[in-house]
Design a protein around this ligand. Structure first.
Ligand SMILES: [Zn+2]
Length: 186
């Protein structure tokens, strides 16, 4: 947990800004305004609705699975984000969500289903893209012919997946999760 002494740029009061650790995402914890001024700003903004949001659109006609794996192999130093995986308790399978360049590859560890998407900005609620040249398409579920569906278990159970900490855990995950999975044609 890191605290830094600051002077509020509006009322000039001295305050502590918390730069890391539990509580640093509190809406009144700001590196420019003291909690009192920040409270006034947050209250004022409540009357303005959020107008845009980011959603995933299908991108499987822009890039193939094979091309994504090739990009990932080439760019070992690329900044890669991951998202929380989904779990299938009936089979113990889980989904890897990894950002490669502009795209998200979401694939099940064992099942053949995968999607290729990218994030676009849309008007909140209506899914109308902000950019008129962009079209929103529901992500298509594609099938990796090299994988087969795992058998369902009689007793559903949770698969034990260790939370990973970047960058060491992520490097490990990328190196070992994608090893020997084969490549798709096309
Ligand atoms: Zn202030």
């Amino acid at each position: 947990m890191t605290h830094r002494k600051k002077i509020c740029i509006h009322c000039k009061t001295k305050y502590y800004y918390q730069a890391s650790g539990h509580g640093c995402d509190d809406e009144l914890n700001d590196d420019k305004y003291c909690p009192e001024c920040m409270g006034a700003i947050v209250d004022a903004l409540k009357s303005i609705p959020v107008k845009f949001e980011e959603i995933d659109t299908d991108a499987s006609d822009e890039v193939t699975y094979k091309e994504l794996l090739a990009i990932r192999k080439k760019c070992t130093n690329m900044f890669i984000r991951i998202r929380m995986p989904l779990f299938d308790m009936s089979t113990g399978d889980y989904q890897n969500n990894i950002q490669i360049g502009d795209y998200w590859l979401s694939e099940w560890e064992k099942s053949p289903e995968y999607t290729i998407t990218k994030s676009i900005r849309v008007h909140k609620g209506t899914k109308t893209p902000e950019d008129k040249n962009v079209v929103y398409t529901t992500p298509k579920t594609l099938l990796n012919p090299k994988k087969t569906y795992p058998e369902k278990r009689e007793e559903p159970y949770f698969v034990g997946v260790q939370p990973m900490s970047a960058p060491v855990g992520l490097t490990y995950a990328l190196k070992y999760n994608y090893k020997d999975q084969g490549e798709l044609d096309g």
